[in-house]
Ligand binder design. Structure first.
Ligand SMILES: Nc1ncnc2c1ncn2[C@@H]1O[C@H](COP(=O)(O)OP(=O)(O)O)[C@@H](O)[C@H]1O
Length: 288
């Protein structure tokens, strides 16, 4: 099935982009963009076991530091679909010696967004590579971030579900500043201990640090854009651009809002419950 770009050629503002994306996606095998019914039904009370044949096209939205990567990656393991984070694609490009590298470095280190054109080019290459390996479905993390990206995505495929992760503003900065990554295996850890007291009817929130195991502890690095000044700019830009994207998916009945009640032990079971999913391995290890 060929990807049709007609749907995104409705206005002159999107026409230029549709031409660009016709080229960007021209060799892309649209198998990875086939529509499939959602995995869960909000009316069903039965917990669903992940079905390996199920095609999933989900998006994770949320502020920098909210934990999109953590939860999207856990769900991707559970559901057997790739977790595709546009931030990772940007960082891979940054660490390469490709022509885009120095241009991207300046943008990312200022906390600004990369152009829609560059980001979709990186994403379409990643999807093409995945389709060539037989990947099917995806959980997108960090895309779309602008209304234009959302419109373009909607024009080329059907997104089944958009999960909007939310966390108290006070915790976001601390979480970004505490983030550490293993330079070898790429796993994320966090040294911040967040303990916000409840006030004015708002519940408190406690998020324990996520320490690195011994094999990663000596190899921890901090992202160059996780400095206070840059994180504040990323949060400002996110807050400025996110509302129209949330409205876009809300109007289409695809948005699931999820307020994180705490760290992973509190949030993961509740998120699964909201998605009507069960993680049998996690249940067993938690009960042990
Ligand atoms: N969809 C996107 N559109 C534009 N730029 C993006 C997008 N996704 C990632 N980037 C760039 O990569 C950087 C890192 O992204 P990410 O790891 O998702 O960080 P964050 O913690 O800010 O959500 C962003 O600050 C931005 O420069």
């Amino acid at each position: 099935m060929a990807v049709s770009f007609r749907a995104i050629s409705r206005s002159s503002s999107t026409r230029a982009f549709s031409c660009y994306f016709s080229r960007a996606f021209s060799s892309f095998n649209s198998e990875s963009f086939l529509k499939a019914p959602p995995l869960f039904s909000s009316h069903s009370r039965l917990p669903l076991r992940p079905d390996p044949n199920q095609h999933i096209q989900w998006v994770f939205l949320g502020c920098p530091g909210v934990g999109k990567g953590t939860y999207a990656s856990r769900l991707s393991n559970l559901l057997g679909v790739p977790h595709i984070a546009t931030g990772d694609l940007v960082r891979e490009e940054l660490s390469s010696s490709g022509p885009l590298s120095s241009q991207l470095k300046e943008i990312v280190n200022q906390g600004k967004l990369v152009s829609d054109e560059i980001i979709i080019n990186l994403l379409s290459k990643r999807l093409e590579a995945g389709a060539a390996k037989g990947e099917s479905g995806f959980i997108l993390d960090g895309f779309p971030r602008t209304i234009r990206q959302a419109e373009i995505l909607e024009g080329v495929t059907n997104i089944d579900l958009v999960v909007n992760l939310k966390l108290r503003e006070e915790a976001l900065l601390a979480k970004c500043l505490g983030r550490r990554i293993c330079g070898e295996c790429g796993k994320n850890y966090n040294i911040a201990c967040i303990d916000i007291k409840g006030e004015n009817g708002k519940p408190g929130i406690y998020m324990a640090p996520l320490p690195a195991p011994p094999q990663c502890a000596s190899k921890l690095i901090q992202r160059s854009d996780d400095t206070e000044e840059v994180v504040k700019e990323r949060l400002r830009i996110y807050n400025e651009l996110s509302q129209p994207v949330e409205d876009f998916y809300c109007n289409r009945g695809k948005l699931l809002e999820f307020e994180l009640p705490g760290g992973i032990p509190e949030s993961w079971p509740k998120l699964l419950q909201a998605l009507n999913l069960e993680d049998y391995e996690y249940k067993q290890s938690a009960a042990a």
